[in-house]
Design a binder for this molecule. Structure first.
Ligand SMILES: Cc1ncc(COP(=O)(O)O)c(C=O)c1O
Length: 341
């Protein structure tokens, strides 16, 4: 298979249309078998449920080439499981996780020519999603749905080296206490757009959202979970029922314990204790870990000892171990790295 003529190392994070996408329709209470198609356009009625009441959920994952030239993806079963939970919360039919993994593999395989080579730093981003497709005018769930997966090659996250982020404590809330913060629904991202545009205008890279009820506890950013390291080398991640259960964060916690012999704890983290941590990072599929150098709380700066020039030592070890597992230089736990054959 010949690769597409793409300047992999200089790709950004944008949409580039690839050859195939997977499409399955849900009608009369059942999903069809689904097909791969070259048609990148979605044609739906003007009154479709997704357009009126935002009934849509999605996932984000990657395919990449390992050191020994295999095309793989990372823990797709967990994305499938999370999509099931997201769909259930929005009264959408479940696209079963086994069928999900099969469809992801099929779509990556069909777009093999767009999977960037090992060492380029680029990856093939995979976007599964589903939405209510039939006309809905009264507020209720749709009866018909479409599940799709498209792929798009994206560039290395850290172009020109890692640079720790500066984030602000946001006055906007991301998720209500008993709302939808724990699922990957489009609606959570629509309402974060104003906050992120405003943060960028004020010179910050990201928003740190607090729990909406007490505004004392750390939740997450608009697209990643937090991970902290204490001064005595323990990994701490915020526990909350209104944050997205990041697959990267869960993997890093397991790596911390089983590969690095570190203590790791998932617990409530108070804004007040940030000053006591040695390192801070954001975990997500996009970057694995982005180091945070500084949090600004209404003019008050909380600077982590790891500084503004590089990743902290524990964050770096976690990053190197998980990316080593993903790239095939370190032995992966059973089922983490799934080969596309
Ligand atoms: C709100 C939010 N939190 C956390 C994450 C990180 O999750 P994952 O590690 O599964 O990519 C994402 C990105 O998917 C996200 O959108």
């Amino acid at each position: 298979m010949e690769k597409k003529n793409i300047d992999w190392a200089n790709l950004g994070f944008g949409y580039i249309q690839t050859d195939y996408r997977f499409v399955s329709n849900y009608k009369n209470g059942a999903w069809d078998d689904g097909i791969l198609t070259e048609d990148a356009n979605v044609v739906i009625n003007e009154c479709a449920g997704v357009l009126q009441y935002a009934q849509t959920v999605f996932e984000g994952m990657k395919a990449y080439t390992t050191v020994d030239g295999r095309i793989v993806t990372f823990r797709p079963d967990l994305n499938g499981e999370r999509l099931e939970q997201s769909a259930a919360r929005l009264e959408m039919p479940i696209f079963p996780k086994d069928k999900f993994v099969e469809a992801v593999i099929k779509t990556i395989k069909a777009n093999e020519a767009y999977v960037p080579p090992y060492g380029s730093g680029a990856t093939l981003y995979v976007r599964p999603y589903m939405f209510g497709s039939n006309p809905v005018i009264g507020v209720k769930p749709a009866d018909e749905y479409q599940f799709r997966i498209f792929t798009t090659p994206v560039g290395p996250y850290f172009k020109g080296g890692v640079k720790p982020l500066t984030i602000r404590v946001s006055d906007f809330d991301r998720a209500a206490p008993n709302g939808t913060g724990h699922i990957k629904a489009g609606l959570n991202y629509a309402m974060s757009l104003h906050a992120i545009v405003d943060a960028h205008k004020q010179g910050f890279d990201e928003n740190m959202y607090l729990d909406a009820k007490t505004r004392t506890k750390v939740e997450e950013t608009g697209g990643a979970n937090f991970l902290f390291v204490t001064k005595d080398g323990k990994v701490v991640t915020p526990k909350s029922s209104s944050i997205l259960p990041s697959i990267t964060r869960r993997s890093l916690v397991q790596v911390a314990k089983e590969y690095l012999g570190l203590e790791a704890e998932e617990r409530e983290v108070y804004l007040d204790e940030l000053k006591d941590f040695a390192e801070c990072g954001l975990c997500g599929t996009a970057a694995v870990i982005s180091p945070v150098g500084k949090v600004v709380d209404h003019g008050k700066e909380i600077c982590f000892p790891s500084g503004m020039t590089e990743m902290g030592p524990v964050t770096k070890k976690l990053y190197e171990t998980l990316t080593g597992i993903q790239m095939g230089t370190i032995k992966a736990p059973e089922g983490w790295v799934v080969e596309i054959k």
